[in-house]
Design a protein around this ligand. Structure first.
Ligand code: PLP
Length: 398
């Protein structure tokens, strides 16, 4: 036998050959090999600063417990330890949102939490706002869902509303503050989405991975919007809020009011979780609990403010140059139009060759991203100043 007589699901053949960021990494490595030069990587949204001290201390204490005969822990509860779920409920309460502990499920990253969630529904019509975090589209394709794209563009400031959608039940992915565009819906915009979802008996999967960056006048949680408890699931992550990209911890919030037919969605998801997930490590959950304390939040805010001052600096440079840009204010991503009608992949190459800065080509986030690039400002100020100086010297945005 030289091959198995099985079929791979059709949707897998619709995926692009490589994941966007693997593709970029390869191009940058080729460039370094050819020119032997250092580059400034502003493509991937990974964090520049280490996790807060308070989280490190909590992990040291928790590690010691794990090495102790009496205090060691075995398998964690699949939905998370109560100490962390309570800390999250408290943090929501302090931000004006009432959530009960048992509506919160702990996971090991929003990428998996968001991506796999819609598999629960039987072949749902899925609304994806383009350009988007590539995971939504890849997972919809792999599971063979019918996808309805809504297109972000300059006219709607990359924040399309449901007006043009046919009225039927959907699974709707919303991400605000948004990756890749950095744009954020205001309350009015989100109200329109929540009203639409309730009217059409749809569900909103609200990806709040960047909510810690939302400034005043923008919501930190979808449940600040009336009616959201009936139609929205919220996904939160410690990755960008507390620098946990390498630690892995996240949460999913499913209100008890959210029913699919006669079934409470929360119960269905819990049952699935118990079948496929063995929980997040004790040490990681203690670190997550620590960053939710008042002191922990203050330490995180200091870092968040550093990222936001970097993105504001870059935003100002672009806007002063007359470049159309979104983001940078409620999210450290800048989404900028390529000058002179250049395509996003060509501009990516130009920027690498002439400014030694790596961006992400907008077309990698879907066809509506053509003609744009994303710059990640999860950087130190020193890096952003160096990038700015390279932009000025090369005149790439002129
Ligand atoms: N959702 C969005 C919109 C993201 O941009 C990212 C990471 O970049 C994630 C989810 C993944 O977060 P996590 O690190 O918790 O898996």
């Amino acid at each position: 036998m030289d091959r198995c007589n099985l079929n791979i699901k059709e949707g897998y053949f619709k995926l692009t050959e490589r994941y966007l960021f693997s593709d970029i990494r390869k191009k940058v490595n080729d460039y370094k090999k050819e020119y032997g030069k250092e580059v400034i990587d502003m493509s991937v949204g990974d964090v520049a600063y280490p996790i807060p001290r308070i989280a490190v201390d909590a992990m040291i204490t928790a590690s010691r417990e794990m090495g102790d005969n009496v205090r060691k822990r075995g398998y964690p509860p699949e939905n998370g330890y109560d100490f962390l779920r309570n800390a999250l409920a408290d943090r929501y309460f302090k931000n004006g949102v009432n959530i009960s502990t048992d509506e919160i499920l702990i996971g090991d990253g929003s990428k998996t939490d968001v991506a796999l969630f819609a598999d629960i529904f039987d072949n749902p019509a899925t609304v994806i706002i383009e350009p988007c975090y590539p995971v939504y589209i890849d997972c919809a394709l792999m599971s063979g869902r019918r996808v309805y794209n809504l297109h972000g563009n300059k006219n709607n400031y990359f924040l399309p509303l449901p007006d043009e959608l046919e009225k039927q039940p959907y699974v709707i992915y919303l991400c605000s503050p948004n990756n890749p565009t950095g744009a954020s819906y205001d309350k009015k915009g989100l109200e329109k989405w929540i009203d639409f979802a309730n009217e059409t008996e749809s569900i909103i999967l609200f990806d709040a991975a960047y909510s810690a960056f939302a400034r005043k006048d923008f919501v930190k949680s979808v449940y600040e919007i009336k009616g959201a408890r009936k139609c929205a699931v919220e996904f939160g992550s410690f990755s960008k809020f507390a620098g946990f990209t390498g630690l892995r911890c996240s949460w999913t919030l499913i209100p008890k009011d959210l029913k699919i037919g006669e079934k409470r969605l929360l119960e269905v998801v819990k049952r699935r979780k118990s079948a496929i997930f063995n929980g997040v490590s004790y040490v990681t959950q203690r670190a997550a609990q620590a960053v939710l304390s008042d002191k922990g939040c203050m330490e995180c805010s200091e870092i968040i403010n550093k990222y936001l001052s970097c993105s504001k600096l870059l935003r100002k440079y672009l806007v002063d140059k007359g470049i159309f840009a979104t983001g940078g204010e409620n999210c450290p991503y800048l989404w900028a139009e390529c000058p002179n009608g250049v395509s996003s992949y060509d501009f990516f190459e130009n920027m690498l060759l002439n400014s030694k800065v790596v961006c992400t080509p907008g077309a990698g986030f879907g066809a509506s991203g053509e003609g744009f690039i994303r710059l990640s400002c999860f950087q130190t100020e020193e890096t952003v100043l160096k990038a700015l100086s390279n932009f000025k010297l090369s005149g790439i945005f002129d």
